[in-house]
Design a protein. Structure first.
Length: 344
């Protein structure tokens, strides 16, 4: 039985055409600035994000780590959503590598308000850490893939800048927001000092992310890329997959969003499951389980045994993620499996 893999959009495998692009890649020494595929990608992404420069990195996590280390000095504080990737999923890197402490804001849909950010920025006081960085996660993962509206990005960024904070956009799923809203990546990134996109999520490449910012910022980012072990050699092999993904896998994210709606609407009809499909804006589908004797973990385990994989986030919250490697038919089947398992 083939597994319907809804755990994450990181589970995509490179397509035959992407593998062909990888095989044909023109390569050189990336660390020496001599890989033509990486160099072309860097220029393209700087343009795409409307910044002066960009740098290719092995992962989105490294984009965040480098940005935090450049924007903050040890003892500074960064502000993000309470469950933001930079706070929860980067193994304490904000504290260890940037020396920054974190302030997490609780907001169910992940989209911080101006008032919340204003309240989180500390007054200038010798005894307090300096608020130095605001991190915006576009889309918000723990917020259920919600899209930050452009005017909200602009408003919180203007507030942050007026208090001397830098603004960084974690764009792991920025392209989902772009496809959903029709707003260009450059416009979303414009209010931010740094921003990145990830190739290994919905875009379906095996590895890689690009961090963009001013020329000076990217110049300094290179030193940290080297220090963190992210400087590569014939990296055109992986950059070719990123180029292919930008050429062929952006518009199709709309299919993932449509499939997420099929999941959300189907799940909403199952007794014991709570989800409001109108809150599902992109490819992340969170739902709650409220049924005696059932936990999210039990449901995920039993469904996996029936060929449908997804994540259990806490006692009652599950997450399904649509992506390149799941079809509309797979999503319909997944709903059916959840219904049968819960009934039985
Ligand atoms: C919101 C968000 N930021 C950052 C990352 C890290 O990206 P990567 O897996 O490329 O390190 C992820 C990965 O799941 C993510 O969901």
């Amino acid at each position: 039985m083939a597994l319907i893999e809804l755990s994450s959009d990181t589970r995509t495998k490179p397509t035959a055409a992407m593998r062909q692009a990888i095989a044909n890649a023109d390569v050189g020494d990336e660390q020496a600035g001599e890989d033509p595929t990486v160099n072309a990608l860097n220029e393209r992404v700087a343009d795409l994000l409307g910044k002066e420069a960009s740098v290719f990195l092995p992962s989105g996590t490294m984009c965040n780590q480098i940005a935090m280390a450049l924007h903050c000095r040890p003892g500074d504080e960064l502000i993000a959503h309470r469950d933001a990737h930079v706070i929860v999923w980067e193994a304490g890197g904000a504290g260890h590598l940037a020396g920054a402490q974190t302030w997490g804001i609780d907001q169910p849909d992940g989209i911080l308000t101006v008032d919340q950010v204003a309240a989180a920025i500390r007054p200038i006081n010798r005894g307090m850490p300096r608020s130095k960085l605001l991190v915006i996660e576009q889309t918000s993962n723990s917020g259920g893939g919600r899209v930050w509206a452009l005017d909200r990005v602009e408003a919180v960024a203007a507030l942050a800048h007026s208090h001397g904070l830098a603004v960084h956009m974690d764009g792991a799923r920025l392209m989902n927001a772009v496809v959903k809203s029709g707003i260009s990546p450059a416009r979303f990134a414009a209010p931010c000092d740094s921003a990145w996109i990830d190739y290994s999520k919905g875009l379906g490449a095996p590895i890689g992310a690009s961090l963009a910012g001013s020329k000076d910022f990217i110049h300094d980012a290179w030193r940290l890329k080297q220090r963190f072990g992210g400087a590569m050699r014939q990296a055109g092999i992986v950059a070719a997959a990123a180029v292919y993904a930008l050429d062929h896998h952006v518009e199709r994210l709309a299919e993932d969003h449509a499939n997420a709606q099929i999941l959300a609407r189907g799940l909403a009809e199952i007794p014991g499951i709570t989800i409001d499909p109108t809150t599902v804006e992109t490819n992340l589908v969170f739902f709650h389980l409220r049924k005696d004797g059932w936990t999210a973990d039990r449901l995920a385990t039993e469904c996996r045994a029936q060929g449908v994989a997804f994540g259990a986030f806490d006692a009652s919250r599950c997450r399904m993620v649509t992506h390149h490697d799941v079809s509309t038919e797979d999503c319909r089947k997944a709903v059916q499996v959840v219904r049968t398992v819960l009934a039985g």
